[in-house]
Design a protein. Structure first.
Length: 527
């Protein structure tokens, strides 16, 4: 054998050893032999997932000997961590709520806070607070138009002067510079409702410069003012003129006057798609909403300029106010459908309807509502949607899953069960029981689709190179347990949750790890 042949054989041996060593890569964790639903909507398949240094390094056939730790996922689903596109989890700043267990036990790995116009514009301070205390889930934040407007105009029901608009634009710019993912509005609520369409377009022009999104609780989900369809058209107009993607928050047809309008609402959205406008929506899988009693039934003009009590004490105005309140109560289905969810001033009334309370007070529903509002204003759950509309919206490929909930402490008030059960409920009820959606559709609406909306490049899918936000669940047992009568019950069936590669839930038990972090989707890991 010549020297050249020997060198050639040694070279080939080195190549073989290199390839063999690569094939024998050792992973920190292998999730073995599960059904992977990757978040794209593609059909599920059997495979294993290898994770190292917080990233998905391999998806395919992996030997268990290649892993420091193995999770046996036979008969289970391996899916991307769920991204909750619409929450009020700003209260995760509270020490008792930082773990966000009611979300972890649903398989949620990322929440979007700051919705409905409420998000702080002091994003840097907010993110630093989250980092300092530690959090159980990742947090994306939206700056709230309502918060910005209140900072400049308080509750003034008027157009801003030129210098006031400039100040609002500056605050939005500050928030976007500090890491906000976009702008949210609560055009149904004061003070957001006092803003014109043109004012919102101006604010969204700043959002566009930063590559952000526009998420909106539309001006009217019923027929309070301009109507449901006109409100959807306004949202589309804002996105189209400002050049930003639009997210319709908790899409619904609220109240009997607009039941059956889901199809016409979707036609408006789909016509916008044909013109090249990006419009998505989020939805919780329940036929009831939750808000404050004040917001639900008090006309906005009564709240304007901070003169609520003054107007309610005006004998000339009060009869007209009561008439409007009565109409709003009826619009939402009547006093019997408005249930008190939170009222620290009189906790014994939590769980009772406005109708029951008015009977106890021996007065009309409107008078009872006025007394409640003036005593502190309770939170309510309102049963106001048709199942047919809920299911129609749910099947649309541009509708994401969102809880519209918040971080809960066990036993505190009687919150809407969506804070505990949204994601498992959608899988159990609408995939496994009713067959309304495929598993692939349900997982996409909770992972790949919201990741796409937010602009993530390396989250939301089970894919090599992606951040290891991963969930393993059992299709036999996954379900929501929270009810309206007993909402403080964690969902079951979520067996394992990894966030940024760290095990947060193991064998359905919280590990105590706080591996969440503030995220800026357009920059991802640069915060």
């Amino acid at each position: 054998m010549t020297k050249i042949q020997v060198k050639y054989l040694l070279f080939c041996a080195c190549i073989f050893l290199f390839v063999w060593s690569c094939s024998q890569q050792t992973f920190d964790l292998v999730i073995q032999d599960g059904t992977i639903i990757d978040g794209t909507g593609a059909k599920g398949y059997q495979a294993s997932v290898g994770i190292t240094d917080g990233r998905i390094m391999s998806v395919g056939k992996i030997k268990t000997s290649q892993s420091l730790k193995v999770i046996d996922a036979r008969g289970k689903y391996i899916v991307p961590g769920f991204i909750d596109m619409h929450t009020h989890c700003d209260n995760i700043q509270n020490e008792k709520r930082k773990a966000a267990l009611n979300y972890l036990t649903q398989g949620v790995t990322t929440v979007v806070s700051g919705n409905c116009g409420s998000g702080t514009y002091k994003v840097k301070d907010y993110f630093h607070k989250l980092e300092d205390q530690g959090i159980g889930v990742n947090v994306v934040h939206l700056v709230g138009q309502g918060a910005v407007r209140f900072a400049v105009l308080k509750n003034a029901d008027r157009e801003p002067a030129e210098d006031e608009l400039e100040e609002m634009l500056s605050l939005v710019s500050q928030a976007m510079d500090e890491g906000a993912a976009g702008l949210s509005t609560g055009l149904f609520y004061a003070p957001g409702s006092y803003a014109s369409t043109e004012e919102i377009i101006a604010l969204c022009s700043i959002v566009k410069e930063h590559g952000g999104i526009y998420a909106t609780h539309i001006r009217d989900e019923s027929n309070y003012t301009i109507g449901l369809e006109a409100s959807i058209e306004e949202a589309v107009e804002i996105g189209e003129k400002a050049g930003v993607p639009v997210q319709i928050s908790h899409i619904k047809a609220l109240g009997k006057p607009v039941w059956g309008k889901a199809e016409s609402v979707c036609r408006i959205i789909e016509a916008a798609h044909e013109r090249g406008v990006t419009v998505y929506a989020d939805q919780y899988p329940y036929n009831s909403s939750s808000t404050g009693l004040l917001a639900a039934i008090m006309p906005r003009w009564v709240q304007a300029d901070g003169k609520l009590r003054e107007r309610l004490q005006n004998p000339q105005l009060l009869p007209g106010i009561k008439e409007e309140m009565a109409a709003n109560i009826e619009r939402r289905g009547g006093a019997g459908t408005l249930v008190i969810s939170s009222f620290p001033e009189k906790k014994e009334w939590e769980g009772k309807s406005l109708g029951e309370i008015s009977a106890l007070m021996e007065t009309s529903a409107v008078n009872a509502a006025l007394e409640l509002i003036l005593s502190g204003g309770p939170g309510i759950i309102s049963f106001n949607q048709s199942d047919e509309d809920v299911e129609y919206f749910m099947q649309k490929p541009y509708v994401m899953t969102g809880s519209d909930g918040s971080v809960q402490v066990m036993g505190d008030a009687l919150p809407h069960p969506r804070s505990y059960g949204t994601f498992p409920r959608k899988i159990r009820r609408y995939v496994l029981e009713k067959g309304l959606l495929t598993m692939e559709q349900a997982i996409r609406s909770a992972s790949g689709l919201p990741a796409e909306m937010l602009g993530f490049k390396h989250r939301g899918l089970i894919k090599e190179g992606y951040v290891a936000d991963v969930v393993v669940f059992d299709p036999e047992t996954i379900t929501d347990r929270a009810t309206f009568d007993d909402p403080h019950q964690y969902s079951v069936g979520i067996l394992h949750v990894l966030i940024n590669g760290v095990s947060i839930i193991e064998d359905s038990q919280f590990t105590g790890a706080l591996a969440g972090k503030p995220l800026i989707p357009r920059l991802e890991e640069k915060w």
